[in-house]
Design a protein around this ligand. Sequence first.
Ligand code: ADP
Ligand code: MG
Length: 248
Amino acid sequence: MTTMTAEATAGAVDVEAVGLEAVTRTYGEVRALDGVTRTFPRGSFTAVMGPSGSGKSTFLHCASGLDRPSGGTVRVGGTDLGRLSETKRTLLRRERIGFVFQAFNLIPSMDVEQNITLPLRLGGVDADPGWLDDVVRRVGLGDRLRHRPSELSGGQQQRAAVARALITRPEVVFADEPTGALDPRSSRDVLRMLRDAADLTGQTVVLVTHDPMAAAWADSVVFLSRGRIVDELVAPTVSAVMGRWESL
Ligand SMILES: Nc1ncnc2c1ncn2[C@@H]1O[C@H](COP(=O)(O)OP(=O)(O)O)[C@@H](O)[C@H]1O
Ligand SMILES: [Mg+2]
């Protein structure tokens, strides 16, 4: 790659997708987030690691507009979430953000296709058949569309959940320990999909995980401890992540 291309690429990814400034979140006496400031560039894939109780989920909920911080500012695509009404924040979440959870959270009574297209129906939008096919192909569930979640393996359920997160073409995908309940092979499938979302469609991915192997798929790893960012690793390898993890 020439220097010019590298610079052009760096310039292109430097647009902020999500920005947090001095974000705090307290629950009574507990400071779950204690002044977090970080920019997540468009098209980047960031892992967030930290011990249990360090504030990872709280961070993700605040950054995605699921929860309101007690202080500080959160921006998604340049919009200050704190200035939005509850309704507008819900709409922004529905249209611009995708979520993947550890427990899949599929609707048991719906088949795979209905689960995947649910966010579109909630938004009153018809599925663009080309895009639905594309997403279904990416997650490899073409022959499972009429199955219920209970008829799928954990890996297949999580792939359906990733498809559901991608179907609205969100700018940002937040995943909270999405591989926590999966075997290594299924974990790789899910991580590959998140990596592709960043690389192929320029989406911004924020992955909360405690697995160094998962974190090594990211462009950078942010380490949380007691609600603060205490370290960061760029171009992580599994062993580098483990090294930092030990010293937390
Ligand atoms: N809804 C809540 N009510 C009270 N305390 C909470 C709530 N959510 C999180 N906490 C507390 O905030 C801290 C961070 O929690 P959390 O963000 O879930 O951490 P992690 O995801 O890293 O395990 C913990 O001390 C937790 O007990
Ligand atoms: Mg958590």
